[in-house]
Design a protein around this ligand. Structure first.
Ligand SMILES: Nc1ncnc2c1ncn2[C@@H]1O[C@H](COP(=O)(O)OP(=O)(O)OP(=O)(O)O)[C@@H](O)[C@H]1O
Ligand SMILES: Nc1ncnc2c1ncn2[C@@H]1O[C@H](COP(=O)(O)OP(=O)(O)OP(=O)(O)O)[C@@H](O)[C@H]1O
Ligand SMILES: [Mg+2]
Ligand SMILES: [Mg+2]
Lengths: 156, 165, 156, 165
């Protein structure tokens, strides 16, 4: 069990480092055991350094940088041990245009092993989707759901 | 293909029976603020057996029942059914399709069904635990919580890795 | 002091109710004293009901509804006792198109008494601005700031 | 017109002297993720006298100094100056223009200046308290915190109303 955890930890950390560097176009990130000698009892810290910047605490990261870092870790977990499906509710809310595009690309790369359900207001994310549902609020607080195609949604 | 279809009735803003069919790949849910998108995500979490009302933005579990509108009465029950494609055998059951239903009555009674058979909550929990869809699954990220994993305490983050391992 | 608080409370609550109804195109909201007999010692709760829906707990509100409700309260405070300037960092992140437009309109209505500095990724909010600064990250983690005009920013 | 100009040097991602001039009405700050927009908002909060590092996303106040880059050394100090138009007399000083400076040295020493005169932190606090720009001012809304007012405890919300009253 100890080695199983160590092996999982190392592979997820490597996947996280790789996803982070891909999202940020550089920089470095990894998972760190707070007490390596305690093995599976140890806590896990995240170390993340965007490109061109020196190593600082996670607190200093921007909203969008935090989103991308968290998504990089999620994708590392999904690559190591794929969940059959994954529900993401507006995880792109703080992302700028370039990052939303990388996010959509990374989602598409994982669809071979995981189905994604994403709630979004962002057109770029919508464009990555194969199925589109529009939800609207009707009278009496009752939602109605409609199957849509990208062409149905006006460019803003 | 794993997630086939979701049916929602009486749950939150879905007083009438609502059906969503999922394709392989990515399904995007869009629409105006307050329309019910996150309520669909809550329905998925709920039918998978979530016991913490707070994680579905409920003060108490009874708040899951459609509360009624200006000219429509509250629902007498809330019911969500999820259909899963099990041809790959990722679920430890001998069916090629598995339908899980959760039904909450106004009385507070809850029914759980797997392929129309009454089961207990723990049967639903055990079913999904192996599929990494159990509680605290990293596979469901709620609105406004995307960077929650960065603020977890080190022990909580270890639990996440342990779950994947 | 007791009447000063009561007077302020009533006027801010009325302003909040009015701003909420304007943002939501209906519904109702108000501030509620948890212990009215204790006057200035009392806590304050928020009651908010979007149009067509029955009164429910604040917890059930959607992300965008929470943003609009909070902004309605902020604007009620600013109308009652204007701050000279107000800094808003991506408060429009969860808003849909229609709400961002209402938000921008409400901002413009208050510029007679308060200057606003808004950080945003949203083009509609940018269009409401009289001054535009673009911040970009250069080498060595050093930001550079450039004065921009709306025409400088490509439509997505 | 109240807020005229902001000058930032050595603070967070602004190693070189950076100037922003504000117009009446609305100023929008835009740019890519991680470019430094929220850092500008933090600089405003900081020069107004904020004492809680957490509210500017700092672990400790020393983290405010530009930490250096691959080929650029860390700053020896962080300094922010805000110029305010006081022709309307909204600030309790006899100047038509008021410049407030906060400077933090690597040693940990902090200087506060009002129109180039050394003052104490409490002088800065008293100056802004009357203008509703003091601590817990509703006039500064941080990123990701827009709906914080909805999750406050009732007593905390009362404090907000009291401050406005
Ligand atoms: N039990 C219930 N009965 C009736 N209405 C409910 C119930 N539970 C939640 N709602 C309503 O659902 C609405 C929120 O829906 P939801 O969170 O799905 O919106 P959303 O589409 O995700 O919006 P956003 O884009 O702002 O996140 C609220 O207006 C709330 O009043
Ligand atoms: N003292 C410091 N020295 C150097 N870099 C710093 C310092 N403090 C913060 N940073 C850097 O500032 C960056 C974050 O900047 P900021 O929060 O202003 O971004 P932003 O433009 O608001 O982005 P977003 O749109 O994602 O919110 C981080 O990458 C962080 O490393
Ligand atoms: Mg939502
Ligand atoms: Mg920011």
């Amino acid at each position: 069990v100890q080695t199983q955890f160590r092996d999982a930890f190392n592979r997820i950390s490597a996947g996280f480092a790789e996803a982070f560097t891909r999202f940020f176009g550089g920089g470095a990130a990894q998972l760190v055991l707070t007490a390596p000698e305690r093995g599976i009892e140890s806590g896990i810290e995240i170390s993340a350094r965007p490109p061109g910047k020196r190593q600082q605490s996670l607190a200093l990261l921007s909203g969008g940088e935090r989103s991308m870092t968290a998504v990089a870790l999620l994708f590392a977990l999904l690559q190591f041990n794929p969940a059959p499906f994954c529900v993401l509710d507006e995880v792109d809310a703080a992302m700028d245009e370039a990052n939303v595009t990388r996010f959509g690309q990374a989602l598409s790369d994982l669809t071979g092993q995981t189905q994604f359900v994403v709630v979004t207001h962002n057109r770029v994310t919508m464009e990555a989707a194969g199925t589109l549902y529009g939800v609207s609020m009707g009278k009496d607080g009752a939602s109605s759901v409609l199957s849509l195609r990208l062409a149905d949604i006006p460019e803003t | 293909m794993y997630l086939k279809r979701l049916e929602i009735q009486g749950f939150k803003t879905f007083p009438s029976r609502t059906v969503l069919e999922f394709g392989p790949g990515i399904t995007a849910i869009i629409g105006p603020n307050g329309s019910g998108k996150s309520n669909v995500a809550d329905a998925i979490r709920w039918v998978l057996g979530e016991q913490s009302p707070r994680l579905m933005r409920l003060r108490r579990m009874e708040d899951a029942l459609y509360a009624g509108g200006s000219r429509r009465p509250p629902s007498g029950f809330a019911e969500v059914t999820i259909w899963l494609d099990n041809t790959g055998g990722w679920l430890p059951l001998a069916f090629s399709e598995v339908a899980v239903t959760r039904r909450l009555h106004r009385s507070g009674d809850t029914d759980y069904l797997i392929n129309r058979q009454r089961v207990r909550l723990r049967d639903v929990n055990e079913l999904f635990l192996k599929a990494r869809l159990g509680q605290n699954s990293y596979a469901i990220m709620g609105q406004g919580l995307v960077d929650q994993v960065l603020s977890l305490r080190p022990e909580e983050r270890r639990a996440l890795i342990e779950e994947a391992a």
